[in-house]
Design a binder for this molecule. Structure first.
Ligand SMILES: Nc1ncnc2c1ncn2[C@@H]1O[C@H](COP(=O)(O)OP(=O)(O)OP(=O)(O)O)[C@@H](O)[C@H]1O
Length: 546
C-alpha cells in the first residue's frame, strides 16, 4: 500500500500543473477555432461581393483572355508571373522561334525581326499557375487565378477572374475586348487543330502565317472558282435552311503528290479567315465513336480536313502503289469493322454517319485529299458529301513559268538604271525583299537573301525559258520548288542548268523505280519460299502421323 502511495505521490503533486496545461490547450484551441471561423466567415463575406467568371482551356474565351493577359503591362510590377516563349495552347499568337531575348530590342518592338538569320524570341508574361494576381482594369480590381486541372497528364487548365461589381458588365466588356484583340492578332494566322484519338478531342497544333493565294500556282481559274464557291457557301445559310438541305459542303482534292492540295487548303483557310481541323482517318485508335465525338466538337465555321482519304481503310499510311488502299468494306454496311492491331475500329458506315449525322457541325467546309481517287468508295465521294472535285496534276509548262515568277523578285523597270540592270548577275548582288515573298500580297517580312535585281521583262524572259525546259505533266510542282529553292539567289543559272537537272531527275526516278521493283520481286520470292517451306513442314507432319 505504501509502495503504491509512493508511486502516485509525484502525480498528485503535479495535478495542478497538468490542469493548467489542459486549460491552456483548451483556450488555445478555442481561440484558433474562433480565428479560423472568423477568417472563413470574413473571406465568405468578402467573396459574396465578388462576381466570378470561369474559363476552361478547352474553350475559346480562355485563349482570348490568355492572349489579352499576355499583353497587360501589369505583369511588369507583379512579384510572381510566368515568362514563356511558347504557348501551351491556342494562345500561341505570342509564340515564335529561336534566338535570345535582348531587352533593348524587346522594348523597341523589333523582336520579330531576323537577326543574323535567327528570329528573335518573343516573350510573353502570363499569370503563374495557382497564384492569385490582382490587376487593374477600367476602374476595377480583377483577381485572376490560373490553375491546371490535371498537371500530371499535361491536360487542360482553367482561369478564374473575380471582380467586385454590382453586375457582370465589366466581365462582359473584358471578354469582348480580349476577343477583339485576339481576332485582330489572329488576322495574319491560320490555327491548326489535330484530332486526338486518345481523348476524342481537338488539340491546338500551332498557328501558321497565312499563305497568300498568289503563291499557289494552279491552272487558270481553279483558285478563283474554289474561293468563290467557298465564299458563296459561307453566306448561304438561309438558302440551305429554306430548302431543307444540310448546310455543309465537301471538296475532294485528288491527284499526284506534291501538287499543292494541302497548300491550297491552307491558303483558302487564310483567305476565308477559318481555322483548320485535321483528321487522319488511318491514325491509331480511330473508331466510329471517336470520329463522331470529334465531328460533334468541330465549330460551325471552319475547314475540316480529312487527309489521305484512301488510306483510311487500309490502316496504312503508305501511299505507294503496293498499298491497295481499297476500302475493306465495299458497301456502307452498318456493322463496324473488326478491331485491327492498332486498335482502329473505324468503318465506312461510321465515317459516313459522322460526316452526315446530327452531330456533324453545320457550316463547315469539308476538304478531303487523296492521291488515289480510284480507290475511294463511291458512297464517300458522291455529291452531297463531296460536291466539288478538283484534279491536281504534275506541273504544266504554265505552272513552271508561274512558280519561277513567284520565286524571283523583279523591280519596276524605271527604278533600275541600265548599267545596274546590265551588270545584275550573281556576282553583283543586292539585298532585296525575299524572292518568294516580294511580289506576294500581305507579305510583310524582309529577308536578307542576296538576290540580283532583275526587271520584270528579264524575269518574264527567264520564266519562259525555264518553262520551255520543263517537260509537260512529268515533274511535280514540289520538285520544281525544290530545284528553285536550291537556286534561290541564282535566277539566270537556274535557267541555264535546268535541262541538266531534268535529265538527272529522270535518271534518279528510273533508278528508284528499278530498286523498288527489285525489292518487291525479292520480297515476293522470299514470301513464296517461306510459304513452300511451311507447306513442306505440314506435309511432313501428316506423313509422320500416318
Ligand atoms: N501548285 C503549287 N503551287 C505552289 N506551290 C506548290 C504547288 N504544288 C506544290 N507546291 C509546293 O510543294 C510543297 C508540297 O505541296 P503540298 O503539300 O501542298 O502538296 P500535296 O498535293 O498536298 O502533296 P501530298 O499529296 O503528298 O500531301 C509545298 O511546299 C508547296 O509550296
Amino acid at each position: 500500500m505504501n509502495a503504491l502511495k509512493n508511486v502516485l505521490s509525484p502525480l498528485a503533486m503535479n495535478t495542478g500543473a497538468i490542469q493548467d496545461t489542459l486549460k491552456l490547450v483548451v483556450i488555445g484551441g478555442t481561440v484558433e477555432t474562433a480565428r479560423r471561423a472568423s477568417m472563413s466567415a470574413w473571406s465568405g463575406f468578402i467573396d459574396s461581393f465578388f462576381l466570378t467568371a470561369h474559363f476552361s482551356q478547352e474553350d475559346y474565351p480562355y485563349d482570348w483572355l490568355m492572349h489579352w493577359l499576355s499583353k497587360q503591362p501589369a505583369w511588369g510590377r507583379s512579384r510572381e508571373f510566368e515568362i514563356t516563349t511558347r504557348s501551351g495552347g491556342r494562345h500561341g499568337l505570342t509564340q515564335s522561334t529561336t534566338g535570345d531575348l535582348d531587352e533593348e530590342e524587346e522594348e523597341q518592338g523589333i523582336d520579330d525581326e531576323l537577326i543574323h538569320g535567327r528570329r528573335k524570341r518573343k516573350v510573353a508574361f502570363l499569370p503563374s499557375v495557382d497564384t492569385t494576381h490582382t490587376i487593374y482594369y477600367r476602374g476595377h480590381w480583377l483577381r485572376i487565378t490560373r490553375s491546371k486541372k490535371y498537371p500530371d497528364y499535361g491536360a487542360s487548365g482553367s482561369l478564374k477572374i473575380s471582380v467586385v461589381a454590382r453586375n457582370n458588365d465589366i466581365l462582359k466588356k473584358l471578354v469582348l475586348e480580349a476577343k477583339r484583340e485576339y481576332e485582330k492578332d489572329a488576322e495574319h494566322r491560320v490555327h491548326i487543330f489535330m484530332a486526338d484519338t486518345t481523348y476524342g478531342c481537338w488539340r491546338w497544333n500551332g498557328a501558321r502565317q497565312k499563305r497568300p493565294m498568289s503563291s499557289i500556282v494552279l491552272q487558270p481559274g481553279v483558285k478563283d472558282m474554289l474561293l468563290a464557291d467557298c465564299k458563296d457557301f459561307l453566306c448561304s445559310e438561309d438558302w440551305y435552311a429554306e430548302r431543307g438541305i444540310p448546310f455543309r459542303r465537301g471538296y475532294l482534292l485528288h491527284g499526284v503528290p506534291g501538287s499543292g492540295k494541302t497548300s491550297l487548303i491552307h491558303s483558302l483557310a487564310g483567305e476565308l479567315g477559318l481555322d483548320i481541323y485535321v483528321v487522319s482517318l488511318s491514325s491509331k485508335g480511330m473508331s466510329d465513336n471517336t470520329l463522331t465525338t470529334l465531328m460533334g466538337n468541330v465549330p460551325s465555321r471552319c475547314i475540316l480536313l480529312l487527309e489521305d482519304l484512301d488510306a483510311a481503310f487500309t490502316r496504312s499510311v503508305s501511299r505507294d502503289s503496293s498499298s491497295t488502299g481499297a476500302p475493306k468494306e465495299a458497301t456502307a454496311s452498318t456493322t463496324p469493322a473488326a478491331e485491327t492491331n492498332d486498335g482502329s475500329t473505324l468503318s465506312l458506315s461510321g465515317l459516313l454517319n459522322s460526316l452526315d449525322g446530327v452531330a456533324a457541325a453545320e457550316g463547315r467546309l469539308l476538304f478531303a485529299t487523296t492521291n488515289h481517287i480510284e480507290r475511294l468508295d463511291p458512297a464517300l465521294s458522291r455529291p452531297g458529301r463531296m460536291d466539288v472535285w478538283v484534279n491536281f496534276t504534275h506541273a504544266t509548262k504554265w505552272q513552271a513559268e508561274g512558280i519561277f515568277k513567284c520565286f524571283f523578285p523583279f523591280v519596276p523597270a524605271n527604278s533600275v538604271s541600265p548599267s545596274q540592270s546590265a551588270s545584275s548577275s550573281s556576282s553583283s548582288l543586292d539585298t532585296v525583299t525575299d524572292a518568294s515573298q516580294k511580289n506576294l500580297p500581305g507579305s510583310k517580312r524582309k529577308s536578307t537573301h542576296a538576290i540580283p535585281l532583275l526587271t520584270e521583262e528579264e524575269i518574264s524572259t527567264l520564266a519562259k525559258a525555264f518553262a520551255d525546259a520543263i517537260p509537260e505533266d512529268e515533274l511535280s510542282v514540289a520538285a520544281l520548288q525544290g530545284y528553285l529553292l536550291k537556286n534561290k539567289t541564282r535566277p539566270r543559272e537556274s535557267v541555264e542548268e535546268v535541262a541538266e537537272w531534268v535529265i538527272q531527275e529522270r535518271e534518279t526516278r528510273e533508278k528508284l523505280k528499278k530498286e523498288k521493283a527489285e525489292k518487291e520481286a525479292k520480297e515476293k520470292k522470299e514470301a513464296e519460299e517461306k510459304e513452300k517451306k511451311e507447306v513442306r513442314i505440314v506435309d511432313l507432319y501428316f506423313l509422320k502421323r500416318r
